[in-house]
Design a protein. Sequence first.
Length: 276
Amino acid sequence: MRSLFVAIGMMALLQGCSIREPLPADQHPPTLTPRTSTYQDLLALPRPKGPLVAAVYGFRDQTGQYKPTPASSFSTAVTQGAASMLVDAMQASGWFVVLEREGLQNVLTERKIIRASQAKPDVAPNIQSELPSLLAANIIMEGAIVAYETNVRSGGQGARYLGIGVSQEYRVDQVTVNLRAIDVRSGRVLSNVMTTKTIFSIGRSANVYKFIEFKELLEAEAGYTTNEPAQLCVLSAIEAAVAHLIAQGVERRLWQTAEGNGSEHPELSKYLSKLD
């Protein structure tokens, strides 16, 4: 009888953890992308003496990794939008004036349309003023997602008693990004950093396999898996790389803070200590 009560209790637990039907599309409205502590670090950085005019031409995926089959043999393991993430991180830091270069052809096309429209008699009010020249960058931000390692560490644990069992498994992946600042005039690499972020996946399950009465078998199982979003981990690694690059540049006197004592700022000191 006690085993029956244990089984019923386990079934109640499984019911609470059971997989539910997919929720309607409007159940959870779209929200802003959740941000990690590295984003808060960027916001807390000291202001620069003068903003750095920088261009981002791309941020490639150099891992060569694809999602395991049968998910897809053509879907890459990491995001292909890392360049947009880099621009977002640079803007959030407040240290850079970022120039559009990834979609430069679109900008040039629009400028041609404006010049062609200005040559006609009836010019729209929004394009009557003379078109200024495009800004030139002093720094080019180059980099890539250079590594994505799966199953860096994995393991699990479990227990079973009288046909009732629970188990837990975990897996650790790892993504590495490289970011460097290049002087446009000389082509010299001013600063170069590499950051690594771990990606955690955890799976938990419970099951019951027990004879309640003669020829009456109770068998049930349930479980769930939590995967840390890979794109958020890439975003966090890029944000950390931007913060490290700014701190490294302050330490090498490549650029300065508005107060002139950047090494004493708590946020910069935190990243400078990680460089040691």
